[in-house]
Ligand binder design. Structure first.
Ligand code: TYM
Length: 336
């Protein structure tokens, strides 16, 4: 039970529609959303307002927002169980973000490592939106009083900021927001690049061979795994620090097959990287193929998708409006 709302606990999470979704996003977050949705009051959004913190081609953004919504469903998000919506359809997120902007200090936001990384990547266009991005993320979460936020490891620091902002508001005004907990899986919270396994797998990696997308064909998946960078060793042993490439493939294989890392080590004793990579490729194909096939069917029915998103936005708005009304009142804004 949530102490503030007195109801089933709430989860909220989101993904940016900046590219097709990757197996990193699937293993780190989406898979857990699917598993958690039945036990929680669940809201999942496509965060299009986050996406424009770096330049987007409007037609691509529009198309990709629908792609990502369809992919959530293809992966198993059931819109009759969870609330599925697009962030910009619920303006209360941005409205709450303004209030949180006025609560967050410049210093604490400057410490966000993702901002430092992204501003280096987009050095020609470091927008104020990119800087305040984590505050909009905090608003996404707090506007629903989410208890739990299932994300990958790279979002931990943003969650910490969200918790601080919630506590600060509660302290300065009166208890209002639930202070959310991150839900970061033990395995799969940081899937690494297939080409540079010391780096996180990223949807925006310039080298397509680094990343497996959920929309990739069977042949593309097999090929990318076959070409994955490993090391000069021969045996299949899990050692994330010394042999990150093999460890990453073992993690992928473990999630796809349910075999433990120890079982995988023994399954491949005496066999080489070639056999191992072939098995990883096959297990990944078996996992991704049905998702991709469902995605193709769901994405083809744009009217159905729009209806789902309309229902989701209405439900989300009603809840967000409620929180915002309280926050406005406590802040001292005149009610009409
Ligand atoms: P985004 O769109 O970059 O990624 C979506 C989710 O996928 C996880 N993820 C990974 N997990 C494991 N290995 C990887 N290689 C990998 N790459 C990505 C991310 O941790 C994330 O959970 N700021 C967020 C989106 C967001 C959000 C929110 C999330 C906006 N508002 C509110 C939760 C709650 C982001 O950019 O995720």
């Amino acid at each position: 039970m949530n102490k503030i709302t007195g109801q089933k606990k709430t989860i909220l999470s989101g993904m940016q529609p900046t590219n097709n979704l990757t197996i990193g996003q699937y293993f780190g977050a989406l898979k857990n959303w699917v598993e958690l949705q039945h036990d929680y009051d669940s809201l999942f959004c496509v965060v299009d307002q986050h996406a424009i913190t770096v330049r987007q081609e409007p037609a691509n953004l529009r198309r990709r927002s629908l792609d990502v919504a369809a992919m959530y469903m293809a992966a198993g998000i059931d819109p009759t169980v969870s609330t599925l919506f697009i962030q910009s359809h619920v303006p209360e997120h941005a409205q709450l973000a303004w209030i949180l902007n006025c609560l967050a200090s410049f210093g604490e936001v400057s410490r966000m490592t993702q901002f430092k990384d992204k501003s280096a990547q987009h050095a020609d266009n470091v927008t104020v939106g990119l800087f305040t991005y984590p505050i909009l993320m905090a608003a996404d979460i707090l506007v629903y009083n989410a208890d739990l936020v299932p994300v990958g490891e790279d979002q931990r620091q943003h969650l910490e900021l969200t918790r601080n902002l919630a506590e600060r508001f509660n302290f300065h005004y009166s208890p209002t927001f639930t202070v959310p907990e991150p839900f970061i899986p033990k395995v799969g919270s940081k899937i690494m690049s297939l080409q540079e396994p010391e780096k996180k797998m990223s949807k925006s990696d310039a080298n397509e061979k680094s990343t497996v997308f959920l929309t990739d064909t069977d042949a593309e998946i097999r090929n990318k795994i076959k070409r994955a960078v490993t090391d000069s060793g021969t045996d299949i042993v899990f050692d994330a620090a010394k042999r990150p490439g093999v460890a990453n493939l073992m993690t992928i294989h473990h999630i796809c097959t349910g075999r433990s890392l120890a079982e995988i080590e023994s399954d491949f004793t005496g066999l080489g990287y070639g056999d191992f990579k072939e098995a990883v490729g096959e297990s990944l194909v078996a996992l991704v193929r049905p998702v991709r096939e469902r995605y193709d069917a769901l994405r083809a029915d744009e009217d159905g998708l729009m209806n789902t998103l309309r229902v989701g936005a209405e439900h989300a708005r009603e809840r967000a409006r409620n929180t915002l009304r309280k926050v406005y009142k406590k802040t001292g804004f005149v009610e009409l």
